[in-house]
Design a protein around this ligand. Structure first.
Ligand SMILES: [Zn+2]
Ligand SMILES: [Zn+2]
Length: 216
């Protein structure tokens, strides 16, 4: 016969050891990894409770780092990227180091500066299958990669797609100096369009004839 469950007491908050930082359910926290060489784990607190001996336990939902996922870290993963996993756990509150912020992808890209405690999450991750939600994301550039917020990208003024300067054989400095950028595809199209501009300058009747002829 075990102890009756009623000896566990739900707590509204917990003060991180050696600090004045108060954490609550819903907060994201950094938790000391058992291997001190490794960066701290990131978790979302679901529930805090104390047992009869006043040991505080936290019910957590883990965030995974890209390197902890089945596919590993890929080129488009940001340095501060995390995946919200379906892996739940109960941990000693002693391992909590402090709070951190897991931003939405959109909010993260709008941050003026990224602090040590800023992270972002755009995927949910199923630990058992290695599956991601969403399983498709928008891709950009010639390399057809999802956006890595750590990488500089430049937008083409014509097609509005975004490009990596390196994929266009340009240096970041060259791109920053540009007043406008046209990707190679749009650049050639613009050249082909030049005769059309001349037609527009011609008398209206001629333009009409030209349009009709093209349609046939
Ligand atoms: Zn690219
Ligand atoms: Zn373009």
């Amino acid at each position: 016969m075990g102890r009756p469950k009623s000896t566990k007491k739900a707590l509204d908050s917990y003060t991180v050891k050696g600090t004045h930082k108060v954490v609550k359910a819903g907060d994201t926290v950094l938790m000391r990894a058992s291997d001190s060489e490794k960066p701290p784990y990131v978790a979302k607190i679901e529930k805090i409770e104390a047992d009869a001996r006043n040991n505080v336990k936290v019910h957590v939902r883990w965030y995974y780092r890209p390197e902890e996922s089945v596919g590993g870290r890929r080129q488009f993963h940001g340095a501060k990227e995390l995946f919200l996993s379906d892996h739940y756990d109960i941990q000693s509150a002693d391992t909590i180091e402090g709070k951190c912020i897991v931003h939405t992808f959109k909010n993260y890209t709008k941050l003026e500066s990224v602090g040590a405690d800023d992270y972002f999450c755009r995927f949910e991750y199923k630990a058992a299958t290695g599956g991601f939600t969403p399983d498709r994301v928008a891709v950009y550039c010639k390399c057809e990669m999802p956006y890595n917020p750590d990488d500089l990208m430049v937008q083409c003024e014509s097609c509005k797609d975004w490009f990596h300067p390196t994929c266009m054989n340009l240096s970041p400095d060259q791109v920053k100096k540009m007043e406008s950028f046209f990707c190679p595809d749009c650049d050639t199209q613009n050249e082909e369009k030049k005769p059309k501009v001349i037609h527009k300058a011609s008398p209206p009747s001629e333009v009409k004839t030209e349009t009709k002829r093209r349609k046939r």
